[in-house]
Design a binder for this molecule. Structure first.
Ligand SMILES: Nc1ncnc2c1ncn2[C@@H]1O[C@H](COP(=O)(O)OP(=O)(O)OP(=O)(O)O)[C@@H](O)[C@H]1O
Length: 338
């Protein structure tokens, strides 16, 4: 897969399309839930207009939880979320969808995300209705939304069952874009599609982003897919950011042992490269699935972390490599040499 032309991210002074600061998310309630490590633990990053940030990490690292918190599906226990400068942290899902038409989502499964009993026109009209757009204007916007994703406008009269998986995902993208949002959360939007359809949908997303200056929070398992669409990557592990940076740098020359392991765990078709990656993964102290193995000394989650010995050994990794900083450690107060 070759990388598409990417939109130039806006200058650093522009208000971020999405700004996440020190986000904390917990599941459950009561004392036990409060004492457990949060699912998301002080995560911060921005997405500029026209930029795609890929959120990667192994299963359970917290990618979807960040998406849910941004959308208002899961409340934040701490920190702030701003969309186009508006603080949405305390807004309910309903408030968010009414007041922040700027924010939309495309889910993984185009088979379950579209209501089979509704025509495509009704499906596209729903978010417009919440914004107060009805009648002929809503109908015209639904048709042009379908055309913008390469489907005929008269598809408005048909039902989801009459479309293939790739076409359904195009409809889901049209539904997200019909309100003219600034930020779109893409939660594994191509992982349910076959390879050639994946490429078509990724190309479509890249074109739409570049035409409309959209900001994408792109949640994905597949690092190749992330590389294709994203300008920057945020690497998550156990709810914390391990490393951030330009996608090429993080993919080709990862600095954090966890990113090395995650990259090395991705399957490649060339046996020699696969073997080299396996060696790198093992040298970094990780197991076959890219998951850290507990080690007898130092941090159990980042076994080769140079900061870990003697000072860490706790439940969370010690070394965090975040853009703009050298080495930040959440145990910094306990590491005099930092
Ligand atoms: N509804 C829930 N109730 C309790 N815990 C949850 C719930 N949803 C997720 N979690 C926990 O929160 C953590 C992060 O889960 P999340 O689904 O965000 O990870 P993920 O990186 O998106 O994983 P995957 O790639 O498998 O979808 C995990 O420990 C998970 O068990």
């Amino acid at each position: 897969m070759t990388a598409p032309a990417t939109a130039a991210p806006a200058a650093a002074t522009t208000t971020p399309a999405l700004e996440i600061r020190d986000l904390v998310v917990r599941y459950g309630s009561g004392r036990r839930a409060r004492q457990a490590p949060p699912a998301i633990d002080r995560v911060s990053f921005d997405i500029a207009p026209g930029e795609t940030v890929g959120l990667v990490g192994e299963s359970g690292s917290g990618k979807s939880t960040i998406g849910k918190a941004v959308l208002g599906l899961q409340p934040a226990a701490g920190g702030t979320i701003r969309v186009n400068g508006t603080d949405v942290t305390a807004m309910s899902l309903k408030q968010r969808s009414r007041q922040v038409a700027d924010l939309r989502v495309v889910f993984q499964d185009p088979y379950s995300s579209l209501n089979p009993a509704r025509t495509i026109g009704q499906t596209l009209a729903e978010p417009l209705r919440l914004m107060g757009v009805r009648g002929p204007e809503a109908a015209a916007r639904a048709r042009s939304g379908l055309e913008s994703v390469g489907l005929p406008g008269d598809a408005v009269d048909r039902y989801p069952a009459q479309f293939s998986g790739g076409q359904r995902q195009r409809i889901a993208i049209a539904r997200a874009l019909v309100c003219d949002p600034r930020v779109v959360v893409l939660d594994e939007p191509v992982s349910a599609l076959d390879l050639s359809t994946q490429a078509q949908v990724l190309n479509l997303l890249a074109d739409l982003r570049d035409q409309h200056g959209l900001a994408f929070l792109f949640i994905a398992h597949d690092l190749g897919v992330v590389r294709f669409l994203s300008q920057r990557t945020v690497v998550l592990y156990r709810g914390q950011v391990m490393e951030t940076g330009p996608v090429e740098a993080v993919s080709s020359a990862p600095r954090h042992p966890y990113t090395v392991a995650l990259t090395a765990a991705a399957p490649v078709p060339r046996p020699a490269e696969q073997a080299a990656r396996r060696a790198a993964r093992e040298a970094a102290g990780f197991g076959t699935a890219g998951v850290a193995q507990p080690s007898a000394t130092g941090c159990p989650f980042v076994p080769r972390c140079p900061l870990a010995t003697d000072v860490c050994g706790t439940e969370r990794p010690a070394l965090r490599l975040v853009e703009g900083t050298e080495a930040a450690c959440h145990h910094a107060d306990r590491v005099p040499a930092l």
